[in-house]
Design a protein around this ligand. Structure first.
Ligand code: URA
Length: 190
């Protein structure tokens, strides 16, 4: 099978997943959106209410802010080069943090997405993704914008856009991280 059909069969497996209790309360599995040959993947924590209803990541207020930040570095979810997904693919009720056992049940889908997409860079949006993918002790306020090498991959954590809505004073720091991302991407496009 080729990569595209591997990706499609992964998506279909994920859409039918019942590996954790979040399956019982979801409206839609939120698998991911974007370019399956992306240079950079953005990874949030899990779908919220709007994402659960629409089946697409980052479509609520936080997502609108993410789209603006992407536009500032000439990227968009439909323009190629990026893929957006989450640590867990189903909404935790009431938008609570995904539990470790829910993350454990779901992380295999993300690993397969990364293996098939083969991005060069990963940006973790917020603490949950950064602690899961970069370092369990990751502190966003102290370590945002730093690059960590994992094999062939370079990963960065930055502020979650929902946190920026709550605390807009952190927006300039987050934008500096996005500009660092733009610099890292320059000259690396396939
Ligand atoms: N917050 C996330 O972490 N992911 C989404 O998809 C939406 C909001």
């Amino acid at each position: 099978m080729d990569r595209a059909s591997d990706f499609e069969s992964l998506r279909e497996r994920c859409l039918g997943c019942a590996a954790c209790p979040l399956a019982a309360t979801r409206h839609n599995v939120v698998f991911g959106v974007g370019d399956t040959r992306a240079d950079v993947m953005f990874i949030g924590e899990g779908p919220g209410e709007n994402e659960d209803l629409q089946g697409e990541p980052f479509v609520g207020r936080a997502g609108q802010l993410l789209d603006k930040m992407l536009a500032a570095i000439d990227l968009s979810r439909t323009g190629g080069g990026i893929y957006i997904t989450n640590i867990v693919k189903c909404r935790p009720p009431g938008n609570r943090d995904p539990k470790p056992e829910e993350q454990d049940a779901c992380i295999g889908y993300l690993r397969e997405q990364v293996q098939l997409i083969e991005p060069r860079l990963i940006v973790c949006l917020g603490r949950i993704a950064a602690q899961r993918l970069i370092d369990p002790g990751f502190k966003v306020t102290r370590q945002h914008g730093q690059w960590f090498q994992k094999g062939e991959l370079w990963m960065m954590g930055t502020y979650h856009p929902a946190a920026l809505l709550r605390n807009p004073r952190q927006k300039p720091e987050a934008m500096a991280d996005f500009f660092a991302l733009r610099d890292a991407l320059t000259g690396q496009r396939r």
